[in-house]
Every structure is written in structure tokens, then in C-alpha cells.
Design a protein around this ligand. Structure first.
Ligand SMILES: Cc1cc2nc3c(=O)[nH]c(=O)nc-3n(C[C@H](O)[C@H](O)[C@H](O)COP(=O)(O)O)c2cc1C
Length: 323
């Protein structure tokens, strides 16, 4: 029997209903590996009309919450490019007190796993926000958006400085028992160095990547595409970069759980991230094309894995280079 037909026999053996979709991300156990990416699915509740129920997602990650309310950046905040979306939204939100009093009670119990993404202007502010969220019911984990500027550090993003990331994560860990995910920026020279700092600070996992700095301009008028001129690029254009960065972090830190983000539109994209070693993935810009993308991919996932002879999502994770 040729190796090709042996493979076919193996593939036929797995029935879609047998495929185990569960994954672990450090202390978090998810029913499936498909999560929302912060800022692209609102506060979660907005997705319910499209999904039927928020509980279909492995985890729902809410858009970044800050200490005080923020109005966001000047318009225009979105600019389309041929294979990606530029944004400079500027983290508009009503602040943490509003989130805890008004939004969290509505979200509680609706998602299988609820992750709150937060950003502060200083390491102390990150810890303050984490301590406040730690006292709330219904939150399963925190995701730290370290791509925002450090007001005390010359306005450079926290994500660029390993020492700052280390301190920030350590300070957050000191005030909460909730699992902590540190969301890494691609706008650095060596992302594995920043992952190392987050790990040393005690992060339970890292998620990557946030958007890549970019811009567009109308050459006739000189007008930039975004009100802030420079913003963040997301969508299909960034997937190869995101895959490379996930690979670099996994290779440097095989024991650090990684969540892959960047340009996922379909299941093949998602499974590529798992192949390079991510334990789960977040779906972002795809929601703007197809708000129901997450439940659709979830429905297709068992058949997709079974067709490749995989009995579980876990069996796919870290198979890069395996024949
Ligand atoms: C419109 C928009 C808003 C975003 N807002 C946030 C945010 O509030 N916090 C955050 O951590 N990331 C934010 N992101 C980044 C995404 O969560 C994700 O990391 C990035 O878009 C790459 O994934 P994608 O290519 O699947 O969109 C935003 C992205 C977009 C496109």
C-alpha cells in the first residue's frame, strides 16, 4: 500500500463528531480555540444577533477598557487598503466604572469564557484596573493591551521596552489571581525578547499580534487616509508577519502558551497558527466582512480537522515541520 493511500485510510477513520475541540491556555480551558480579538467585536453583546449566543466562542475578548472615559481619535478612523484595514480608533470607551456597573452585569454568564482587555497610561494604572476587575464576578481572564503609550515613559508604547513590560506584568500579577494574557505588539525588533519579559513578569500566556504601524495617503490632495496619519494595519496583509512572530515566540519559549492573531479569515488561516504552535486564535478584522464568521468557522472545524485525520485540535498544535 502506498503512503498516500495509507493516509487516506487514516483520514477516513476520524468522524467529525468525534473530534475534540477543547484547548488549554495555561490555567484557562476553552471549549474551542476560536476567540474574538479585542476591539473588533465591541463589548461582545453586539455579536449576539449574528451568533445567536455568545457561548459559541471559545472566549469573548472585550474591547480595551481604560480608567477614564475616552472619546477616541479624530476621524477618519478607518482606511481600507487592498488587503488590509488601517485603523486609528484611539480606544474610545466609557471607562472602567461604567464597564463594571453597566456592561459586565449584562455580559456575565453569556460567554463560556469572558476576557477583559485593559490598558493604562502607566504600570500603576494597569495594576489599579486589574485590582478593580479582580473584585468583579464573571471575568475569566485579563488581557493586557501593552501597545498603548506609556505616559510616564516619553509616550513610547509599553510594548517596546522589555523592562517596562516585565514590571507591568509583575505588578498586575501581584494584585490579581485572574489568569493574565499579555498582548504583544509587532512594532518591535525582537518580539521573543518582549515575550521573555512578559513571562518573567509572570504572564500566563501571550497573544500576538496587535496591528502593524502603517499609513495611506491620497497623492492628489496630500490627505492622509487616517485622521492621525499613522495607524495600525490588520487583516489578510499581516497574516504572514503574524505567523512568523508566533513561530519566533513559540521557538524561543516552548512552555509559554501563545494565542495567534492576525489576518484570520477562514479555517485554514486559523489552523496555520495552531500548526506553528498557537494554542488558540483570535479573529479580528474578519468580523467586519462577516459578523457571523466565528460560529461559521466553529461549525466547519470538526469536519476540517477530521478530513486531515486529526482527532483533536490539540493534535494540530505545534505540528510545524511534521510530515
Ligand atoms: C477596528 C479595530 C479596533 C481594534 N481595537 C483594539 C483594541 O481596542 N484593543 C486591542 O488590544 N486591539 C485592538 N485591535 C487589534 C485587534 O485586536 C487585532 O490584534 C488585530 O486587528 C490583528 O488581527 P486581525 O488581522 O484579525 O484584525 C483593533 C483592531 C481593529 C481592526
Amino acid at each position: 500500500m502506498s503512503s498516500h493511500s495509507a493516509e487516506s485510510v487514516t483520514q477516513q477513520e476520524v468522524r467529525p463528531e468525534e473530534v475534540d475541540l477543547r484547548v488549554k491556555i495555561g490555567p484557562l480551558e476553552l471549549a474551542n480555540p476560536l476567540m474574538t480579538a479585542s476591539g473588533t467585536a465591541g463589548l461582545g453583546l453586539e455579536m449576539e444577533p449574528f451568533w445567536g449566543s455568545l457561548s459559541v466562542a471559545g472566549a469573548v475578548v472585550v474591547k480595551t477598557i481604560t480608567k477614564k472615559a475616552r472619546r477616541g481619535n479624530p476621524m477618519p478612523r478607518l482606511a481600507e487598503t487592498p488587503s488590509g484595514l488601517l485603523n486609528s480608533i484611539g480606544l474610545p470607551n466609557k471607562g472602567i466604572d461604567h464597564f463594571i456597573a453597566q456592561v459586565l452585569p449584562q455580559l456575565s454568564g453569556r460567554a463560556q469564557c469572558l476576557i477583559v482587555n485593559l490598558a493604562g497610561g502607566s504600570a500603576d494604572e494597569f495594576a489599579e484596573l486589574a485590582a478593580q476587575l479582580d473584585r468583579c464576578e464573571g471575568i475569566d481572564a485579563l488581557e493586557l493591551n501593552v501597545s498603548c503609550p506609556n505616559v510616564e515613559g516619553g509616550n513610547l508604547p509599553f510594548a517596546r521596552d522589555p523592562d517596562v513590560v516585565h514590571k507591568l506584568v509583575r505588578d498586575v500579577r501581584n494584585v490579581t489571581d485572574l489568569p493574565v494574557i499579555t498582548k504583544l505588539s509587532p512594532n518591535v525588533t525582537d518580539v521573543a525578547v518582549i515575550a521573555e519579559a512578559a513571562k518573567a513578569g509572570g504572564t500566563h500566556a501571550v497573544s500576538l499580534i496587535n496591528t502593524i504601524l502603517g499609513m495611506s495617503v491620497n497623492w492628489r490632495t496630500g490627505a492622509p487616509g487616517l485622521g492621525t496619519t499613522v495607524g495600525g494595519l490588520s487583516g489578510p496583509a499581516i497574516k504572514p508577519i503574524a505567523l512568523r512572530m508566533v513561530h519566533e515566540v513559540v521557538r524561543a519559549h516552548p512552555d509559554l502558551p501563545v494565542i495567534g492573531i492576525g489576518g484570520i479569515l477562514d479555517l485554514d488561516d486559523a489552523l496555520e497558527f495552531l500548526t506553528v504552535g498557537a494554542s488558540a486564535v483570535q479573529i479580528g478584522t474578519a468580523h467586519y466582512r462577516e459578523p457571523g464568521v466565528l460560529p461559521r468557522l466553529l461549525a466547519e472545524l470538526p469536519q476540517h480537522l477530521a478530513s486531515a485525520g486529526r482527532r483533536s485540535v490539540q493534535a494540530q498544535i505545534g505540528t510545524l515541520g511534521a510530515t
